[in-house]
Design a protein. Structure first.
Length: 189
């Protein structure tokens, strides 16, 4: 496991501040104060607040994209794939709660990377929807509007970052298993 660099510390601290105050309200001076350093020192490690936001959001979006591609190409049924997607969201949200807040709340502030992010998000949702449609076609999933099924599941999964940090006693595997039961039971035929 690689050791955390100063840049990683800056990004982690910025993610905490972005979650607490929102991207627009945080200044580089706020970030420097939170880290106990001078604002000018930040620029030795990072070029701008925009670069930090890009690092946070794009890295998570790419991770979700990479992982869902593995899931969709697996030789399992649709319900198992959906369970794997739920576990993926739990894992990423548990390990990156502050960063997930930026992904969900601050993506629109991306400048030169906005179109790339939107492409990743659209592809992710299209892959998710494909799995649901395949489940409906194979009669694993009840016949219902696949977009509504996806929206219902993603609404829950995308808001996990709000809930997970407050549950120190929750185990990520138990959470993923319970969420799978709850989210999939309603669509399981």
């Amino acid at each position: 496991m690689k050791s955390e660099t100063r840049k990683d510390e800056i990004i982690k601290t910025a993610a905490e501040l972005f979650k607490e105050k929102g991207y627009s309200a945080v200044t580089m001076r706020d970030l420097a104060t939170a880290m106990g350093i001078k604002a000018a020192s930040l620029y030795n490690h990072i070029n701008s607040k925009q670069e930090i936001l890009k690092e946070i959001i794009i890295s998570l979006a790419e991770e979700f994209t990479k992982e869902i591609e593995v899931i969709v190409s697996s030789n399992t049924n649709s319900l198992d794939k959906l369970s794997q997607i739920i576990a993926l969201h739990v894992k990423i949200s548990t390990n990156n709660a502050n960063e997930m807040a930026s992904l969900n709340n601050d993506w629109m502030h991306l400048e030169d990377q906005l179109s790339y992010y939107l492409k990743l998000r659209d592809n992710y949702e299209a892959t998710f929807l494909k799995i649901i449609k395949e489940g409906i076609m194979s009669s694993e999933i009840k016949k219902a509007n696949p977009e509504i099924i996806m929206f219902s599941m993603l609404s829950t999964l995308r808001s996990l970052y709000l809930w997970v940090p407050n549950k120190e006693d929750s185990n990520a595997n138990d959470l993923a298993n319970n969420l799978s039961k709850i989210l999939i039971q309603g669509i399981n035929k």
